[in-house]
Design a protein around this ligand. Structure first.
Ligand SMILES: NC(=O)c1ccc[n+]([C@@H]2O[C@H](COP(=O)([O-])OP(=O)(O)OC[C@H]3O[C@@H](n4cnc5c(N)ncnc54)[C@H](O)[C@@H]3O)[C@@H](O)[C@H]2O)c1
Length: 407
C-alpha cells in the first residue's frame, strides 16, 4: 500500500472537488494500492483555511501556500487558485520538487503557461491539468471513433461552451472579469475547455481566425475569497468588466491520419441565456458523426454510415465500454456527474505518477491549448488568420506519428 500525502493550495470550488477526488481514488480503484492522506492546505482567506481543516479534513492548514510546498509530508499538490497565481505557484511547486495537479487555463496567457512548463521540464515532474471534460465516457468514445477511423475522414467539427454563470446583468464581478486576475474572459475560462476537447478528441489545431465581444461593461464587485462567480449582487458598487463575454474561432486542424483538410468552429459565452453548462462537441466525418453535450453528459448521439432502416442518430447511453464508466456505475442509465470527472483526472494523474500508463493531461498539453488561445487573441486584434505555435511534447495521449493510438 502506498501512502500519498496530499497538499492543497486554495479551498474554493475546485479545491473542494480535488479533495473529494483524491479521497475517491482508493475507493474506486483499489487495485492501485493507494492511500491518500489530506496533509496540508492553504488559502489566503482565513475562513476558507478553517473550512479546509474543519470540514475537508486537512491535518494542517494556514494562509501561506509556501508552507504546503515546504511540507515534507506532502507528496503531491493541487493548485486551485485563481489564474494570476498559477505561474508563481506552478513554478514554486516545480522548484520544491512537488508533482502537481493544476487548474486550467494554467496562467493568464501562453507566456505564463510556458514558464511553468519550463520549470516542470527542469524538475522532471509529473503534472495534471483540470481539463476534466476529457473523462466523460461519451467523449472517450468519440475519441476512439475518430482514431479508429470509424467516422472516416473528419470533415468538420463544431464545439461550444455556452455557460450562463454571468447571464444576469447584476452577476458578480468576481476575479474572472479582471485582466490582472484572470487574463482573458470567456476565451481563457471557457474556450480553453473547448480547445482542449477538440485537440484531445480530433487532433492539433493549426490555424485560427477569431473574434471577441463584451456585452456587459460593468458589474457589481465581489471580494476575492467570498461567494462564487454565479453570485448575483443587487445595489453593489459597480466596476468595469475588463475581458470578453464571448469568444469565437474558425479553425483549421493540422493534417493527421483522419484530419486531412478538417475545419471547425469553436465558440464560448459566459452570458448566454438558455444553455447552463452547455459544453458541446460535434464531430462530422465522411462515414458518420457523433455529438455530445455535457448537459446530457451520459448520452452520445451517433450515426454510422448512410441509409438503412435506422438512418440518422441513435442515442447511446454511457456504458462500461466507454472510458471509465464501469468504475462508477454497474450499468447504463445510472448517471455519472461532474465530480466524477475530477476523480478520473486524479486517477490518471496518480497512475502516471506511479509509473503507469500516461493518460493524464500534462503541462505541455496545457501549453498547446494556451498557444491556440494566444493565436485566437492575436487574430481578434488584427482580423487575420494566425498559425498556432506547435508544442512538440503535447501528445494528447497519441502515439508519435499522429495516428491516434494511445500509448
Ligand atoms: N476545470 C473546471 O471545470 C474548472 C471550473 C471552475 C474553475 N476552474 C479553475 O480553477 C481555478 C479556481 O477557480 P474556483 O472556481 O475554484 O475559484 P474560487 O473563487 O471558488 O476559489 C479560489 C480560491 O483561491 C483563494 N486564493 C486567492 N488568493 C490566494 C492565495 N494567494 N493563496 C491561496 N489561496 C488563494 C481564494 O481565497 C479562494 O478560496 C481557476 O483557475 C479556474 O479557472 C476550473
Amino acid at each position: 500500500m502506498t501512502r500519498l500525502g496530499i497538499g492543497l493550495v486554495s479551498a474554493g470550488w475546485m479545491g473542494k472537488l480535488h479533495t473529494r477526488a483524491y479521497q475517491a481514488v482508493p475507493v474506486l480503484y483499489p487495485e492501485l494500492g493507494l492511500r491518500t492522506q489530506l496533509v496540508h492546505a492553504a488559502d489566503s482567506a482565513p475562513d476558507r483555511a478553517t473550512y479546509a481543516r474543519d470540514v475537508l479534513g486537512y491535518q494542517k492548514t494556514g494562509l501561506d501556500y509556501q508552507d504546503v510546498l515546504a511540507d515534507p509530508d506532502v507528496d503531491v499538490v493541487s493548485i486551485c487558485a485563481p489564474n494570476h497565481l498559477h505561474a508563481e505557484m506552478g513554478v514554486a511547486a516545480a522548484r520544491a520538487g512537488k508533482p502537481f495537479w493544476i487548474e486550467k487555463p494554467v496562467g493568464r496567457n501562453a507566456g505564463e503557461t510556458a514558464d511553468i512548463a519550463t520549470a516542470v521540464r527542469t524538475a522532471g515532474l509529473e503534472t495534471s491539468i483540470g481539463y476534466n471534460y476529457r473523462g466523460a465516457p461519451p467523449v472517450e468514445r468519440m475519441r476512439d471513433l475518430v482514431s479508429s477511423g470509424e467516422l472516416g475522414r473528419v470533415t468538420n467539427v463544431r464545439s461550444v461552451f455556452f455557460n450562463s454563470y454571468a447571464s444576469e446583468p447584476n452577476g458578480a464581478l468576481s476575479w474572472r472579469f479582471k485582466r490582472a486576475y484572470a487574463g482573458a474572459g470567456a476565451l481563457g475560462d471557457l474556450l480553453s475547455h473547448v480547445v482542449d476537447l477538440v485537440q484531445y478528441v480530433v487532433g492539433p489545431v493549426g490555424e485560427v481566425l477569431s473574434q471577441l465581444a463584451t456585452f456587459y461593461p460593468e458589474r457589481p464587485v465581489l471580494p476575492m475569497g467570498s461567494g462564487t462567480h454565479f453570485a448575483v449582487i443587487e445595489g453593489g458598487e459597480m466596476a468595469p468588466v475588463e475581458n470578453e463575454d464571448y469568444a469565437a474561432a474558425l479553425v483549421r486542424f493540422a493534417p493527421g491520419a483522419h484530419t486531412e483538410g478538417t475545419v471547425g468552429t469553436l465558440e464560448a459565452s459566459r452570458i448566454i441565456v438558455g444553455p447552463q453548462c452547455g459544453l458541446a462537441l460535434e464531430v462530422y466525418g465522411t462515414e458518420g458523426s457523433a455529438t455530445w453535450n455535457f448537459e446530457q453528459m451520459n448520452e452520445l448521439r451517433l450515426c454510422l454510415g448512410r441509409g438503412g432502416p435506422n438512418t440518422g442518430y441513435t442515442t447511446v447511453l454511457a456504458n462500461v465500454a466507454m472510458g471509465e464508466y464501469g468504475r462508477f456505475q454497474p450499468g447504463p442509465g445510472n448517471a455519472m456527474g461532474y465530480d466524477d470527472l475530477k476523480v478520473i483526472e486524479a486517477k490518471k494523474f496518480l497512475v502516471a505518477l506511479g509509473g503507469g500508463k500516461r493518460r493524464n493531461s500534462t503541462i505541455y498539453e496545457a501549453l498547446a491549448d494556451a498557444e491556440v488561445l494566444a493565436a485566437a487573441a492575436a487574430s481578434a486584434e488584427d482580423g487575420q488568420w494566425h498559425k498556432v505555435t506547435r508544442v512538440p511534447d503535447a501528445t494528447f495521449g497519441r502515439a508519435a506519428g499522429g495516428g491516434g493510438a494511445r500509448d
